[in-house]
Design a protein around this ligand. Structure first.
Ligand SMILES: [Zn+2]
Length: 305
């Protein structure tokens, strides 16, 4: 690592209880040049396997990266760069969101205004608009904001929720799809979500659950142990941080995502080198590579009010 690399990292306390007392789960795996390429690491489809140190809070059991890249560098990484791999799955994502919204709407008091925090290419907002919602969203990546404008005609605010200057109690639904674990300060983000929600409004958080059976079974090889995931919630930690920011959990369940078969195999190649490459060829040959298949690796959907 270069001499300046240490300046890029910061020590952080537990994101749930605030304690600074931890044990090491996985030590850091230092690769030269890691921080020179922040924009490449921090993109929506970022799939660089975890190299930073994962720790567990001795007080509450929450797992998080510590030390981790400075928050300002994380955000800088997200704002730059293009992400064509991620948007290649826009149609499959829309389909997943369309189905998920049907279930969410059955619990919502009204179909009104929805805010999607970290909307990436806007697939969720496009699905929501098709179902009659009035939409708003933010996304730090400028390229994805433009993509959402060109592809869906959506106005997405470049930046984070804190760049939106939103009025208090102005939304019926706020959603965070695979976003909270990427943010440098989840508690601050949830507090802001609470402020902009109308009384009785709903919050939806989708996150990879490190306490799920599949995560425990895969251990160090779990697909969501990534450099871009700064925090690792399980159901207990998620319920606690939601309660402490003013929410009550109504439902928590596995969230099956639809993705194209070829994309799943492509992502699997990072873990198992030969077999997925072989099947990609087979499925391409028989014309099945664009088949939408449901897959679940511990993604959990929480609905709270
Ligand atoms: Zn803690």
């Amino acid at each position: 690592m270069s001499a300046g690399a240490n300046d890029c990292f910061e020590a952080v306390p537990c994101g749930v209880c605030g304690a600074d007392d931890f044990s090491i789960v996985y030590p850091a795996d230092n690769k030269a040049g890691r921080v020179e390429n922040v924009a490449e690491t921090f993109r929506s489809s970022g799939d660089e396997k975890l190299t930073d140190q994962l720790v567990r809070c001795r007080v509450c059991g929450f797992q998080y990266l510590n030390p981790r890249l400075k928050a300002s560098l994380v955000l800088e990484g997200y704002s730059a760069g293009e992400d064509a791999t991620f948007v290649s799955q826009a149609v499959s994502r829309e389909e997943t969101f369309f189905d998920a919204l049907a279930a969410i709407e059955s619990m919502a008091p009204a179909k009104g205004r929805v805010l999607d925090v970290g909307t990436a290419g806007g697939s969720f907002l496009a699905a929501a608009r098709r179902r009659g919602w009035e939409t708003a969203g933010c996304e730090p990546n400028r390229w994805l904001c433009e993509w959402a404008g060109k592809s869906y005609g959506l106005q997405v605010t470049p930046g984070t929720i804190f760049d939106m200057s939103l009025a208090e109690a102005s939304f019926d639904l706020v959603t965070l799809w695979d976003v909270l674990e990427h943010t440098p300060d989840p508690r601050k983000v949830l507090t802001e979500c609470r402020r902009v929600l109308k009384p009785g409004g709903l919050l939806v958080v989708n996150y990879p659950d490190i306490g799920s059976a599949v995560a425990r079974m895969m251990g160090r090889r779990w697909v969501f142990l990534l450099s871009v995931h700064l925090y690792y919630f399980d159901q207990k930690a998620m319920a606690r941080i939601l309660n402490e920011t003013g929410f009550t959990v109504l439902q928590s369940r596995p969230h099956w995502q639809k993705l194209e078969l070829d994309y799943i195999l492509f992502r699997m190649q990072a873990y198992i080198p030969v077999v997925p490459a072989f099947f990609r060829k087979v499925f391409a040959a028989v014309g099945l590579k664009n088949l939408n298949v449901p897959y679940w690796m511990g993604q959990t959907l929480v609905i709270a009010k």
